[in-house]
Design a protein around this ligand. Structure first.
Ligand code: NAD
Length: 354
């Protein structure tokens, strides 16, 4: 039987992260009330402020603490007072690695044509999902600097690709497509230049694709993919790629939806505690001004509900977000006149009654 009560860790973080998280929390509580679900939301203070006050980025038992929740929600991390962003690295990247959240799930959906900078594109042209490998690639931090700061400096940064890591993200992308009745999965790599690591992606993609004969498996080099995303986004249903390329193309894809303020993400390990966060950062210039768009955060909360098995609740939030944005009851970055708080309220007003 499905659990009725869910324990969620809330890490608002820095800058606009705090403001958009407040709106996501309001929506989760409102939808919970409507559907009779209880969310025990525990706010964790881990942030730049906390680091500057205590010298601690994440407490020694921090990752174990996080494992004790059903889900984790993060606003955004990054603060100019912490130039090396070590707190963000420990909290965000640390959680991805320590909890082995290997699926970075980033849906890209245009809600209204006025939001898309591509000429003549409508919501039917832009509706795809990017799966970014989230635990390997160049983000593992293997490398070093020899003679740093001199004219003879040598810097290396290794990209890690393992059979297990590549296989599980590609398999997840195909399973996702199959479960939703989708017919196309596209893998993007740079195997023409990165002939070792990305040869592994080629091999595994072919191997997994053979197990899903009803799904058309296509491949683009990442540079060509960037071009086709702009020229013909309607051809994509599911894109799977590595950590670095996924990071880059999802910012590009966010612009199709109306900008970074609109984009949502989940960091998932199926069956385990997963983490949800808007794609954007802490936008320090916008912080404290009640102008940040809360949609990316609220849609990330909807992904959290979906992953917790609360499909109707997630769909209700998605519908309310779409209705508010289409009606222009949204923040200025997407053509509205509302502040962050008021945009959150406009979404809550549209949560369909039972
Ligand atoms: N996941 C994360 O927590 C994350 C992601 C990216 C960047 N960062 C960090 O955030 C800090 C700022 O980075 P940045 O300026 O490169 O990226 P950013 O995403 O914070 O902001 C870039 C620009 O995007 C727009 N934008 C972003 N979020 C918006 C929102 N909710 N509503 C409206 N407009 C929005 C703004 O124009 C902003 O200037 C840095 O410290 C960076 O390391 C954190």
């Amino acid at each position: 039987m499905q659990t009725q009560s869910f324990k969620v860790a809330i890490i608002p973080g820095d800058g606009i992260g705090k403001e958009v998280t407040a709106e996501a929390v309001k929506v989760v509580e409102a939808v919970g009330k409507r559907f009779g679900r209880t969310f025990e939301l525990e706010h964790l203070p881990w942030s730049a402020d906390y680091y500057l006050e205590t010298g601690v980025t994440i407490p020694p038992n921090g990752y174990d603490t996080l494992r004790g929740f059903d889900a984790i929600f993060i606003g955004a991390l990054g603060d100019p007072r912490v130039p090396d962003n070590r707190h963000a690295r420990d909290i965000l990247l640390g959680t991805r690695f320590e909890l082995d959240l290997y699926v970075n799930y980033r849906p890209v959906k245009l809600l209204h044509e006025r939001l898309c900078p591509l000429k003549g594109r409508t919501p039917k042209d832009i509706d795809f999902t990017v799966f970014r490998e989230n635990t390997e690639g160049v983000y593992v931090g293997i490398g070093g600097r020899f003679k740093p700061g001199t004219d003879e400096e040598v810097a290396t940064q290794e990209e890690i690709n393992t059979y297990r890591g590549v296989h599980r993200i590609i398999r997840y992308a195909f399973e996702f497509a199959a479960a939703r009745g989708l017919s196309r999965v596209c893998m993007a790599d740079k195997s023409n230049a990165m002939t070792h690591g990305h040869a592994l992606w080629q091999r595994v993609f072919k191997e997994v694709a053979a197990q899903f004969p009803s799904i058309q498996a296509t491949h683009y080099y990442i540079d060509a993919l960037a071009m086709y995303m702009v020229l013909d986004p309607a051809q994509f249903q599911v894109i799977v790629t590595n950590n670095l390329f996924g990071d880059i193309i999802t910012d590009l894809a966010a612009t199709f939806q109306g900008g970074l303020g609109m984009a949502a993400s989940g960091n998932i390990h199926p069956g385990r505690t997963s983490m949800f966060e808007p794609v954007h950062g802490s936008a320090p210039k916008f912080a404290g001004k009640n102008i940040a768009n809360p949609v990316g955060a609220i849609s990330s909360a909807a992904l959290m509900l979906e992953t917790l098995g609360l499909r109707d609740e997630a769909a209700t939030v998605d519908q309310a977000v779409a209705a508010a944005v289409v009606a222009g009851e949204c923040t200025i970055d997407v053509g509205g006149k509302l502040g962050t708080t008021e945009a959150g309220d406009a979404i809550i007003r549209r949560l369909a009654p039972l």
